[in-house]
Design a binder for this molecule. Structure first.
Ligand code: CA
Length: 715
């Protein structure tokens, strides 16, 4: 996959070029000479000089999320308690890591809003709402989440769900400039990731890999917003000149008319930067559609799907890549968090990049060359038997090619991944990487329309080339029981040198939070069981926990102000897993509640969370009005258009309403008013008038009534 020597030479020559262009650019892009320093140019020196702050989403450019602060440690953590909390004005999934800069705590929340707080009191200093249209909600696969902002030189940089990049005055929350980052607003592009600031550029990608988009990442001048470069992750129409030179060759890894269906490869979350090598690393997502029979029917590796790509951050030029899942057809994105570290491996110090992507292998790569060093399974994996020890290429089992076999493949992991976006952390002292690992099987079944030659890209829904209706069969108890039994989730401490698990904490199910490590020898993590906890970094012993009154998926962060250390987390259950899995995402207590809040803790904090109201939708369905055929038609249509948000088999798991409990179920006109006429479009429930008939919509109502009437009666 990579040619180490050639790559090394290439990297070296890039480095030589970069040091010149860097100096040139710094002089040109900054008018005041006293600011033209390396410090002003990127955040490296600032990060080193201020361990009490949290200046970029991953804490540092290596994205370690390992804080030097240690006042809160294994001895004192028992006295950790709430300093303040702030109720956010949304109840959608919260995935952001806050920043702490110059005495202010900044966070983002669902629908791409930004809040600035007095970090000691929780007083809201300002809030900025970019007013993302609710209608844009349907364009995302995975909830209207946002994973955080960036800071540089007095500005907060926010990327919005509807694709804008906005520079905001950090002092008062007023927008300074705004750029549309989307190349085609008819396509379903969204942004949920945090921008990174590298060498005076704001760098941002986007999502949409479930909706037939073409992935790319763009760098904008942090001062002016002017576009500096754009790197497409997959080739475009081969009859036109390649936008990036590398795609003159990558196009040979694709077949058929791939450019017509987008191809995928979105850079929806992770990046890392090595200032010494001057390399920017980006994680690239899955193929679109998932099923390669639609995307690249004669096969091929489909570069750069599911790859880690190293770029020159000043020009966007390609330097090297490593593909984790060649020809990906399982939604095995390589967009998961990447951490840069220097590790001693076989007696030599290696500059490495570590990633635990969805496909279930923990990778250690040489980050100078992209050379594969090692990779091992960290979860239940059945799609590949292992990795080639030289190249890292997976040995994929024939059954995994569900498109070729024509048979369902019960894959482990499934599209939710053995690890998803939830940030990891790396403690240099213990040498361990801490992350949220999970097991979850998924039945991959080819969409029968492909074999029948009638497959079409549909509007207002995902386009995967997968038979979602077959998967959703509520009476297909065999599949459901198997999938339910496969669901596991845990906090894992992983030794990246030995490539083995050192300890684990079982959380009873998947979709637990990101992690924070500290020099206090602690690992912090929130979980699906509505708990925020701290563990001993070497043993995994739980040393402290607190009732968060909500499931937590985001990663915590820490900072120090006036000599006091604080730990902050944005709590609020949501994201793709509960949305899509519905009932399968519930805990023994039922649906996990979302109470979206910023929670900030310190030693001896005296705040209390207000009492929780209970959260159980009342299911009170009308009598069934339709026949069995109508109900079954409704099941198929629901699975295609509704299940992605309202939950598999019409049982909600995330923060979006459970349709079995909606008032509109009782009345044809009320139901049509919403589904056909878009009465709730501002809240994200758009009109489906252009894709569904009145008959379709009544069939869906019949199906949901059927599901409601079969719901277990409350005790
Ligand atoms: Ca995906």
């Amino acid at each position: 996959m990579t040619k180490p020597i050639a790559k090394l030479l290439m990297a070296a020559s890039f480095l030589a070029l970069i040091s010149c262009s860097q100096a040139d650019k710094a002089t040109k892009s900054d008018a005041s000479p006293d600011k033209v320093t390396k410090t002003a140019y990127n955040l490296s020196e600032d990060i080193k000089a201020s361990p009490t702050q949290w200046l970029t989403t991953g804490l540092d450019y290596a994205e370690t999320r390992y804080s030097q602060l240690s006042t809160i440690n294994t001895d004192t953590v028992k006295d950790l308690s709430l300093a303040w909390s702030y109720d956010l004005d949304t109840n959608r999934g919260q995935e952001a890591t806050p920043l702490f800069v110059n005495g202010i705590l900044y966070t983002t929340s669902a629908w791409s809003k930004v809040q600035a707080f007095n970090p000691k009191t929780g007083e809201l200093l300002w809030q900025y709402d970019p007013e993302v249209p609710g209608e844009w909600g349907i364009r995302g696969c995975c909830d209207a989440v946002n994973r955080g902002a960036a800071y540089w030189d007095g500005k907060i940089y926010l990327a919005t769900f509807d694709g804008r990049l906005i520079a905001i005055d950090a002092a008062n929350g007023k927008p300074v400039w705004s750029k549309d980052t989307i190349i085609d607003r008819d396509k379903y592009y969204t942004i949920t990731g945090a921008p990174r600031i590298v060498n005076g550029n704001v760098i941002i990608g986007n999502g949409g890999g479930e909706f037939g988009v073409r992935g790319y990442i763009t760098a904008y001048d942090a001062k002016s917003g002017a576009q500096n470069w754009r790197f497409y992750t997959v080739p475009g129409d081969p009859s036109k000149p390649a936008e990036n030179k590398i795609h003159e060759t990558t196009k040979d890894t694709w077949t058929g008319e791939y450019w017509k269906v987008g191809g995928g490869g979105t850079v929806w979350d992770s990046m890392a930067f090595d200032p010494e090598l001057n390399l920017l690393y980006i994680g690239v997502g899955n193929g679109s559609p998932w099923n390669p029979d639609v995307r690249s029917p004669e096969g091929g590796d489909n570069l750069f799907l599911s790859s880690i790509v190293a770029l020159n951050p000043d020009t966007g030029e390609y330097v090297w890549h490593f593909q984790t899942t060649p020809g990906d057809q399982w939604d095995f994105t390589a967009t998961q968090h990447m951490i840069l570290a220097d590790l001693e491996i076989d007696g030599a110090e290696r500059k490495v990049l570590m990633q635990a992507p969805k496909n279930g292998f923990f990778y250690v790569l040489d980050r100078i060359t992209g050379e594969f060093i090692s990779g091992e399974k960290f979860a239940n994996v059945n799609w590949a038997t292992g990795l080639d020890p030289k190249t890292g290429r997976p040995d994929i089992v024939p059954e995994a090619y569900y498109n070729k076999t024509g048979k369902p493949f019960l894959g482990a992991p499934g599209p939710m991944g053995a690890h998803s976006w939830h940030p990891m952390s790396f403690n240099k002292e213990t040498g361990l990487v801490y992350f949220s690992a999970q097991d979850l099987e998924f039945p991959y079944i080819s969409d029968p329309d492909i074999a029948a030659g009638s497959f079409e890209i549909k509007e207002k829904t995902v386009n995967l080339g997968i038979d979602l209706a077959a998967i959703s069969l509520p009476d297909n108890q065999a599949i459901r029981t198997t999938v339910r039994r496969s669901l596991k989730g845990r906090l894992v401490a992983w030794d990246p040198v030995k490539q083995e698990e050192v300890w684990r904490v079982d959380h009873g199910g998947p979709w637990n939070g990101g992690t924070l490590s500290t020099r206090g020898n602690l690992v912090f993590q929130g979980n699906r069981n509505q708990e925020f906890a701290a563990y001993h970094a070497q043993t995994g012993e739980k040393l402290w926990s607190s009732d968060a009154q909500t499931g937590i998926v985001a990663a915590p962060m820490t900072f120090e102000m006036d000599g006091e250390q604080y730990v902050a987390i944005v709590a609020g259950w949501g994201g793709v897993l509960p949305l899509l899995l519905g009932e399968l995402s519930h805990t023994d207590d039922g649906r996990v509640p979302n109470r979206s809040r910023v929670l900030v803790y310190k030693l001896g904090g005296t705040a209390q969370l207000s009492a929780r109201e209970d959260f159980k939708p009342e299911i009170d369905p009308p009598l069934q009005f339709a026949n069995a055929q109508s109900i079954d038609n409704g099941r198929v249509t629901y699975s295609r258009y509704c299940s992605g948000c309202h939950g598999d088999t019409a049982v909600a798991g995330g923060p979006i309403p459970d349709l079995r409990a909606t008032y509109a179920l009782h009345d044809k006109d009320d139901w049509e008013e919403i589904v056909i006429n878009g009465a709730l479009s501002e809240r994200g429930m758009v009109s489906f008038k252009d894709v569904l008939t009145s008959e379709n919509v009544e069939d869906i109502r019949a199906y949901v009534i059927d599901r409601a009437r079969k719901a277990p009666k409350p005790n």
